[in-house]
Unconditional design. Structure first.
Length: 403
């Protein structure tokens, strides 16, 4: 079987996902095309050698509808012979795109792929596709559907995480992200987004609040308390499924949950032979990649079984992993990961995460994999694991090793 390697990884800065956000004027197609062109230029690629562009996005409606991947290819400087495949595994779409590319390379179905994702949350609101899992009573009632914020609070209640625990993780995410930007840790991968006249629009993650502290977070009201306790009363539905919980402790708010942002990211993945033929040096080997289904109500616990599965597939133990990227959808997601594996917090999300910099759904998996690779190279580490929780009760994980 053929090994799959990562040759390059780039991302845009993350803009605030609202009408006054820096990237609001940019469409998802154009932002995706900018990433594709950056990968082409950095590697001096003959794009006709690319087998496919696999692109993830979670809300596939409006300008993000159709086959966005193919549209992005046509809007870029790529050869028109390059096809495109749009996929949706919600928050893990960007990572799943990379994993799918790696698996096809391993199986001999092509030598090189571009994989990643995009989400313009300020232009295409989350949930605007009317997902049946949330709105079709025949599905929602059977699966005891609750919104993700309620699910995060269920995790906190079930596994004993306090408001202070969640806020402390959020403060640390902000501190680490600010340090990473100050020290230039993202400089290798972040590309400047420019307008049609070539003028810079954004060159830095826009969502960060480096002055965040426990006091400022303590002043915020729980974001999902009313939704859970009053209308429509999701707490009662959750307790029907989890009767061991007397009540749901609502600890999450805007400050300890991921930010709504716009952004895109992509990776060049190929075989060793592809690299040799095009004069490229691989940066990492994709050692193992998996996906799992989990409880659809609590929904966000996927990183734990996904990590267990990917470690088993790679023949490794948790102690064999040098660095971790666990997507910070909510503080409780990362707290549960740390609790389940007894992982060292100093090796998890060392440059901050989605609480500080934002979570552009379909792009986040590709972002954290690129961030992981950059940090492995910066710190001289050999192995890394990236994982995300996924809506509807799923998880994905990937292990990479430097070469």
């Amino acid at each position: 079987m053929t090994d799959a390697y990562i040759y390059d990884a780039v991302r845009t800065p993350r803009g605030k996902g609202r009408k006054d956000g820096a990237l609001h004027e940019v469409t998802s197609v154009r932002l995706s095309a900018l990433v594709l062109n950056a990968l082409k230029e950095r590697a001096q690629l003959d794009t006709a050698a690319i087998e496919d562009v696999i692109w993830g996005n979670a809300t596939q409606v409006g300008e993000q509808g159709g086959c966005l991947a193919r549209t992005a290819v046509l809007a870029s400087d790529f050869a028109e012979s390059v096809p495109g495949l749009s996929i949706n595994r919600f928050c893990a779409s960007g990572l799943e795109a990379v994993n799918l590319a790696a698996h096809q390379i391993t199986a001999g179905a092509g030598a090189a792929y571009i994989a990643g994702g995009v989400e313009m949350m300020g232009r295409v609101p989350m949930g605007s596709d009317g997902a049946a899992v949330a709105v079709d009573p025949s599905v929602a009632m059977r699966s005891y559907f609750v919104p993700q914020g309620i699910a995060a609070d269920i995790i906190a209640t079930e596994f004993g995480f306090s408001r202070d625990d969640a806020d402390a993780l959020a403060v640390e995410s902000q501190r680490r992200a600010a340090r990473a930007w100050t020290e230039g840790r993202f400089s290798r991968s972040v590309i400047t987004v420019r307008d049609i006249n070539g003028l810079p629009i954004l060159d830095r993650d826009e969502h960060m609040r480096p002055d965040t502290d426990m006091q400022s977070l303590g002043a915020l009201k729980p974001a999902f308390k009313e939704q859970g306790e009053v209308m429509p009363g999701f707490d009662k539905l959750a307790i029907m499924k989890y009767p061991q919980l007397e009540r749901i402790e609502h600890i999450h708010h805007a400050g300890n949950s991921s930010g709504i942002v716009d952004g895109a990211a992509g990776l060049l993945v190929g075989s060793r032979e592809f690299g040799k033929a095009h004069g490229l040096t691989p940066r990492a080997r994709i050692r193992s990649a998996v996906k799992v289904g989990t409880d659809p109500t609590i929904m966000l616990t996927g990183p734990v079984p996904a990590t267990e599965k990917v470690l088993k597939a790679a023949g490794m133990e948790i102690s064999d992993i040098d660095l971790f990227e666990v997507n910070e959808a909510f503080s409780a997601v990362v707290l549960r990961f740390l609790q389940a594996f007894g992982a060292d917090p100093d090796r998890v999300n060392v440059n901050g995460g989605a609480i500080a910099m934002g979570h552009p759904l379909g792009a986040s998996g590709a972002i954290i994999l690129g961030t992981l690779l950059d940090e492995m190279e910066r710190s001289g580490k050999g192995t890394g694991l990236a994982t995300l929780c996924v809506a509807s009760g799923m998880g994905a994980a990937t292990i990479i090793e430097r070469v």
